[in-house]
Design a protein around this ligand. Structure first.
Ligand SMILES: C[S@@+](CC[C@H](N)C(=O)[O-])C[C@H]1O[C@@H](n2cnc3c(N)ncnc32)[C@H](O)[C@@H]1O
Length: 267
């Protein structure tokens, strides 16, 4: 899988998306973040890692809401720039730090964090997810929590839909179904696994648009949409990604095969 699906291409896509500067890029939007944070049982002053942090929305939210110290890493330099700008604007630089890093080589010592989490991260990762989760687990202390919110498919998703999406975005990971996601956590040696799944009917592109309006304001959303149209015509990768998003979020014939799942385990 990893040999044909190039990380450079993945990062190029996220640099393009990062230039659009949408605050969140994960399935389920604001309410999914709230639910994941609840499941992670965050406590005041804990030390938290956001893996594939994107534009830093969740890392900043955690610092504000829980007064935790948060580190965010992402392999896209544009995302890291956006995240740093967000933390600066919210005057959170003392609590939140962002670094350019690859999940396979986290720049942290073993057992450093109380909790590590990710949102729509493993499902886009084209490389070895087991190795990625092992590296995340390495930096979490024993007894600490690791959790995520990930796009999943129903077990009966037709092969031709999988193939169409793989063909459109070969630099994003293949889909996982809920059982595969759970098995991944089990193989990483995580225990006390809590799992919760939402069907496709909970995902909609309108919901994401509503969240974007809430976070960016009407004028922010309008200028985002203009940037999106310009980028759409400029970048073939964005056109393919838009088709992928249509299959997952919009098209009634295909979106019924998708959903998202929350999973939390203990090291
Ligand atoms: C779907 S976005 C989600 C971003 C953010 N978690 C959010 O919810 O808005 C996936 C993120 O993973 C990052 N990413 C992809 N491969 C990575 C890798 N090997 N190491 C670190 N980050 C990576 C991308 O740059 C992108 O920002």
């Amino acid at each position: 899988m990893g040999s044909i699906k190039k990380m450079d291409d993945t990062i190029e896509l996220y640099n393009i998306l990062g230039k659009l500067d949408s605050p969140i890029q994960h399935i389920g939007g604001i309410s999914a973040t709230a639910e994941l944070l609840e499941m992670l049982s965050l406590k005041k002053n804990e030390y938290i890692l956001d893996v594939g942090c994107g534009g830093g929305y969740t890392a900043c939210l955690i610092a504000e809401k829980y007064e935790c110290r948060v580190e965010g890493i992402d392999a896209s330099p544009v995302m890291i720039e956006n995240a740093r700008r967000r933390a600066e604007k919210r005057k959170l630089e003392d609590l939140v730090t962002f670094q350019l890093a690859d999940v396979y080589q986290l720049p942290f010592k073993d057992n450093k964090f109380d909790c590590a989490f990710f949102e729509s991260f493993l499902n886009v990762l084209p490389g070895d997810r087991e190795a990625a989760l092992a590296e995340i687990a390495r930096v979490v202390q024993f007894g600490g929590r690791i959790g995520g919110n990930e796009l999943v498919t129903t077990p009966d998703i037709p092969e031709e839909i999988q193939e169409e999406v793989n063909h459109l975005t070969p630099y994003l990971g293949n889909f996982m179904n809920p059982e595969e996601l759970k098995a991944l956590f089990q193989r990483a040696g995580l225990s006390s696994i809590i799992f919760h799944q939402y069907p496709a009917s909970k995902i909609s592109s309108n919901m994401l648009m509503g969240d974007s309006r809430k976070l960016m304001g009407i004028s922010g959303l309008a200028s985002y949409l203009v940037r999106m149209v310009v980028a759409y015509f400029r970048h073939i990768k964005l056109r393919s990604y838009s088709k992928y998003s249509r299959i997952v979020l919009k098209d009634k014939k295909t979106r019924k095969y998708f959903g998202y799942a929350f999973i939390v385990g203990q090291k």
